[in-house]
Design a protein around this ligand. Structure first.
Ligand SMILES: Nc1ncnc2c1ncn2[C@@H]1O[C@H](COP(=O)(O)OP(=O)(O)OP(=O)(O)O)[C@@H](O)[C@H]1O
Ligand SMILES: [Mg+2]
Length: 420
């Protein structure tokens, strides 16, 4: 151990007893991780079980580095409230160590006047990324990393530390494939994992808390929160949950749901049977269309001749939407008796997602694995990247848009119907 390093580590332990008090010494995991972080790795992830002292450690350690080494630090989290939680720890430490004249301190900014070092809060809600670019720091600390999309974090944060060759520390739980948790956790760096079972002197209240969570959370979510595993709800909710059809539905209501390509030229249509009670959904055929809208409409019109559908659902942006008009015209050309009736507006995508995932989890959504077109469908649907919102619902970033998913969502659209 180098002398400089051992000094700073010992200093930190001394400093901790000042601010934490002798009754709150660092827990073994906090001590071990602080030692690793003081070696200044470029990237560090701290993936510890709920309530294990991540935010506490990062706030105290952050302040210590600003105080002792004069570092400028940026503290970020997905929401303002979460940012305030770490800043609260920083602020508390600052007030214990420094007198009023040496300090400007609140939950947005802590400035150590004698050295000018500053710790600033940065809300990482999407609109603040723009303001983030002009900020520079030796260290960026991010909490609740599982709720952030890796690409967006990298874009804003790497630029902030680049001029100083600084470090990025991220803390939180296990995240989904595109999350900061999963992506940064796979990079070179220091990675600390602390599942709940490794707590020393487990408090019985905490054990109850964990047991309770085990009863109420879907298993992958429980594993992410308490065992620090990667979270892949997409697989859990959609794929193993999507049972295969072994028996055709009696007298179904058949919808053809079309995601009419807007950004790219590709459109996807899914044939979905719904049973009379409206509970079961059978995904039984797919059609992928390419080319101009007229060309797509023509192919679709022909294909639909062989499908006894009850309703066509197309997402539009407003009445008289050009693509839908072309579609309707082409369908009526091929089949003047067509029952094309309704056009649906996907106003509330989250609600539709929620309904689809709920139905899938309850084994109410089945697909026909004998249909060769189910292969690309399953492939696309399993590669969707998303993150969990604070309230536990899914957020699918624009970048991982899936035409297949968008088309199925139309079957789960609440209300809002427009007549052509
Ligand atoms: N070394 C310690 N000694 C005593 N109490 C501590 C210690 N470290 C943290 N705590 C307390 O334990 C509680 C949980 O800590 P903290 O909020 O930092 O956990 P967390 O890992 O960030 O949790 P979450 O996953 O819910 O965000 C807080 O009340 C904090 O003050
Ligand atoms: Mg926390």
């Amino acid at each position: 151990m180098s002398r400089a390093y051992s000094n700073i580590y010992n200093d930190f332990l001394k400093y901790w007893s000042f601010i934490g008090g002798d009754d709150r010494p660092p827990a073994p995991k906090q001590r071990e991780t602080a030692a690793e972080l003081l070696h200044m790795p470029r990237i560090a992830t701290i993936r510890w079980t709920r309530g294990s002292g991540k935010t506490f450690l990062l706030g105290k350690l952050g302040f210590f580095l600003a105080y002792r080494l004069g570092w400028d630090i940026i503290v970020g989290a997905p929401t303002e409230k979460q940012t305030e939680a770490i800043m609260g720890e920083v602020d508390g430490a600052a007030r214990r160590i420094l007198g009023r004249n040496d300090l400007i301190s609140n939950t947005e900014r802590v400035k150590i006047k004698p050295t000018g070092a500053e710790i600033r809060a940065l809300g990482l809600g999407s609109s603040s990324y723009k303001t983030a670019q002009s900020k520079h720091a030796q260290l960026v600390i991010i909490d609740e990393m599982q709720q952030l999309v890796a690409g967006e974090v990298a874009e804003s944060v790497i630029g902030m530390v680049a001029p100083h060759q600084g470090s990025v520390w991220l803390a939180g739980l296990g995240g989904s494939p595109g999350s900061a948790s999963a992506v940064f956790g796979a990079m070179d760096g220091v990675h600390s994992v602390h599942p709940w079972q490794e707590h020393i002197k487990l408090d019985p209240v905490y054990v109850d808390y964990v047991d309770d969570a085990r009863q109420t959370m879907p298993p992958p979510e429980f594993a992410a929160h308490y065992e620090c595993a990667d979270l892949d709800m997409s697989e859990f909710l959609l794929v193993p949950s999507l049972d295969t059809i072994d028996q055709h539905m009696h007298d179904p209501f058949t919808m053809v749901c079309i995601d009419w390509g807007k950004r790219r030229d590709q459109s996807v249509a899914t044939v979905i049977d719904r049973d009379a009670s409206g509970i079961y959904y059978h995904l039984r055929d797919w059609k992928v269309l390419n080319g101009s809208y007229t060309e797509q409409g023509r192919v679709l019109g022909k294909w639909l001749l062989d499908i006894p559908y009850d309703e066509i659902r197309v997402e539009i942006n407003g009445v008289g939407d050009g693509a839908s008009d072309i579609l309707k015209e082409e369908i009526l050309k091929s089949d003047p008796d067509s029952r094309i009736r309704d056009v649906w507006v996907l106003q509330n995508k989250n609600k539709a997602l929620h309904r689809l995932f709920g139905a899938a989890r309850d084994k109410k959504v089945l697909y026909d694995d004998k249909n060769p077109r189910s292969v690309p469908f399953i492939k696309e649907i399993t590669s969707i990247k998303y993150r969990m919102s604070e309230s536990g619902s899914m957020i699918i970033p624009q970048s991982s848009h899936s035409d297949y998913l968008s088309s199925i969502l139309l079957a789960f659209v609440p209300e809002a119907k427009v007549y052509l």
